[in-house]
Design a protein around this ligand. Structure first.
Ligand code: NAP
Length: 308
């Protein structure tokens, strides 16, 4: 089994930054890759708030630029899905797609994925009208009618993206006030009739057997229900951490996000966490990259102490 100073799990902004910093410090690094490097930014049309790109940058372009930083560095990147982590500091055994690798430290950067609404038929209709990725699926609904559920930045940002493609968009939010940034709310308001915002409303039923044909939406203040005919539903009701492979002993918050200190150390010596997988307030590309750099530095110090 090949042994590495660090196994970095996850190749989004946090993972790439951690791998880059560790490799530049002279550490040997393994970064198993489930999909293409870039993480969630690959599913983002444009980044408007990443410093250095005042005119915005396409998500995939930023992902390419992140990845380019790894060129020429000692980072092994097998295509593999991590299944488990066992062992202890100095000798963690990471199992990925049936292979075992040893890392003296582990940096967990697997981020989070969009939560389902939990409605009956949602799983069956996924890919048949129900989607969690506007960039991936929006084009299937060109000039058609879609609904977006949620009131955070994801729902607002993806509504703005979809509004350029679809014929009509309903934005359904369970409260009167949006959680997402005012700048996105103002842009949505400027779209006029193309978008209809249903506040204090929740989706109570999905219609359609093989394909989504519509939704039942309940107005919470009046209790009134109405049926909307839609071709697509995009669900943005928050994130869940991707931690299936993680040892149960790693401490998490009530929602399953990993608890770290300010240096990205978890409660298990030698295991660090960075990016959206952490329990924290601000989940942004810039904070993920910052976490990745901090985790790498902390792992480097840990390795020095291990070797002392
Ligand atoms: P979020 O901020 O947690 O928002 C989730 C939204 O879904 C909230 O409005 C919530 O309503 C609503 N919701 C939750 N459960 C629901 C349910 N069962 N039924 C109906 N609605 C439900 O999640 P997010 O928008 O995916 O964003 C996650 C993180 O990524 C945030 O920190 C966000 O700022 C960040 N992000 C940033 C950007 C950006 O800055 N460009 C873009 C995307 C995401 P309530 O408001 O009533 O709780």
């Amino acid at each position: 089994m090949k042994e590495y100073d660090a196994v970095v799990i996850g190749s989004g902004p946090a993972g790439i930054t951690a791998a880059m910093y560790l490799a530049r410090s002279g550490c040997s690094v393994l970064m198993p890759e489930q999909l293409a490097a870039g993480g969630q930014i690959l599913q983002t049309e444009a980044m408007e708030n990443y410093p250095g790109f005042p005119k915005g940058i396409k998500g995939y372009e930023l992902a390419d630029l992140f990845e380019a930083h790894l060129t020429g560095l000692a980072v092994d990147r097998p295509a593999a899905v991590v299944e488990s982590i066992n062992g202890a500091a100095g000798h963690f055994v990471v199992r990925a797609s049936g292979q075992e690798y040893v890392g003296k430290t582990v940096v967990v950067c697997t981020g989070a994925h969009h939560k389902p609404l939990g409605l009956e038929g949602e799983g069956r209709l996924r890919g048949h009208g129900v989607s969690y990725c506007a960039i991936c699926d929006g084009n299937f609904f060109r000039n058609q009618t879609v609904a977006v559920v949620g009131g955070g930045n994801s729902a607002l940002e993806e509504s703005l993206y979809l509004a350029k493609i679809v014929g009509k968009l309903y934005l359904i939010h369970r409260r009167d006030e949006f959680r997402g940034n005012r700048i996105y709310q103002d842009k949505l308001a400027a779209l006029g009739d193309k978008i209809e915002i249903l506040r204090s409303s929740v989706v109570t039923m999905l219609h359609g057997d093989k394909e989504l044909t519509g939704l039942t939406v309940k107005e919470l203040k009046t209790g009134e229900e109405r049926k909307l005919s839609v071709d697509g539903l995009f669900v943005y009701v928050g994130y869940e951490p991707s931690t299936e492979f993680l040892p149960a002993e790693v401490e998490r918050d009530g929602q399953g996000f990993i608890i770290t200190d300010t240096e990205m150390r978890t409660n298990i010596p030698g295991i660090f966490a960075a990016g959206d997988i952490r329990s924290k307030l601000c989940r942004q590309v810039i904070t993920a990259a910052g976490d990745g750099a901090t985790a790498a530095q902390a792992a480097f110090v840990f390795l020095e102490q291990l070797h002392a």
